[in-house]
Design a protein around this ligand. Structure first.
Ligand SMILES: [Mn+2]
Length: 307
């Protein structure tokens, strides 16, 4: 289990539940108290793993993230209380729908959208674990049916708004171009950004994106949204000193605490979220897995308190 996996290498096989397995796999010990899949219907927030990294442009590995985030979340090293005082081990608050099962040759956008829609039909709030950032497009398509006036708060080192990247319009460098073209967000606010080039600045202007560049960061800023807000958290929005387990390390980012403060002080109704781009193959000693689990807890807490 993760406590004994110290590797810079790929995690051992028993941790790679991954791509083709559902929730109940050998990587869970009985003591981990993982909620059962059939409880997903009754809990207000439901985790869903999206083990897909086929739209990554540089490194693979993000598909292996969901089981490792779960392992950190349910690790005996900590507990499931949020800083605001919610106990997420309460099965009426947090459940787990397992990982999306990915078959060969399937269209991921269709598969993710239909899986998310099935969960949303049960009136649960979804917290998706990527996977690369391309998964946010089908998630937003599913959510858009329910929330026509959605806003997005997007944490990232990168704006991910290329019109296309290396010939792929669904590259993980492009999701927010597709989302804005399809009118799936009325307002997109990006934080942690520190890699803009000329094309991306043009795209930002074209789509009216509100970008808070890292060079202009101020700790006292409160983010406020009138309508429902979705949080899309690329873990590389954090500084690689805090979260080294990413495919594109970009120094000069947010601290874990700065990101938590943005989430905790956010004014608005958070109706869904994703945590994407964690790459376990780049993660020494599962440090970033623990950071993802911490963010998961505090984002879930915010969703429960605000929605
Ligand atoms: Mn990124």
């Amino acid at each position: 289990m993760p406590a004994t996996w110290l590797g810079n290498e790929s995690p051992p096989k028993q941790l790679l539940c991954g791509r083709f397995r559902s929730l109940v796999g050998p990587y869970y010990s009985p003591s981990m108290n993982v909620p059962a899949v059939d409880k997903a219907a009754s809990a207000r927030v439901t985790i869903i793993g999206l083990p897909f990294d086929g739209n990554s442009s540089f490194l693979r590995g993000a598909a292996e993230a969901p089981p490792l985030i779960r392992a950190a979340l349910y690790s005996g090293a900590g507990h499931l209380w949020t800083e605001s005082g919610l106990d997420l081990s309460d099965e009426s608050l947090l459940a787990d729908a397992g990982d999306l099962e990915v078959g060969m040759g399937e269209d991921m956008n269709t598969l993710i959208e239909s899986r998310l829609r099935a969960l949303l039909d049960r009136d649960v709030l979804t917290l998706s674990l990527g996977g690369d950032h391309s998964v946010t497009v089908p998630i937003m398509r599913a959510l858009g049916k329910k929330h026509p006036r959605l806003n997005i708060l997007h944490f990232d080192a990168h704006a991910d708004i290329y019109d296309e990247f290396e010939g792929n319009r669904y590259s993980h460098a492009c999701p927010f171009a597709r989302i804005m073209e399809e009118g799936l967000a009325q307002r997109l606010v990006q934080v942690g950004i520190r890699t803009l080039n000329g094309h991306q600045r043009e795209q930002i202007k074209r789509f009216g994106v509100e970008v808070v560049e890292m060079k202009d960061w101020r700790d006292d800023r409160i983010f406020e949204f009138d309508d429902p807000v979705y949080i899309s958290f690329d873990i590389d929005g954090l500084d690689p000193a805090y979260a080294p387990g990413v495919s594109h390390r970009e120094p000069g980012g947010l601290s874990t605490r700065q990101a938590l403060r943005v989430i905790q002080s956010l004014k608005g109704r958070v109706i869904g979220a994703d945590i994407v781009e964690y790459n376990p193959r780049m993660d020494p000693q599962n440090i970033t897995g623990a950071v993802c689990a911490k963010l998961l807890k505090e984002i879930a807490g915010k969703m429960l308190e605000s929605s």
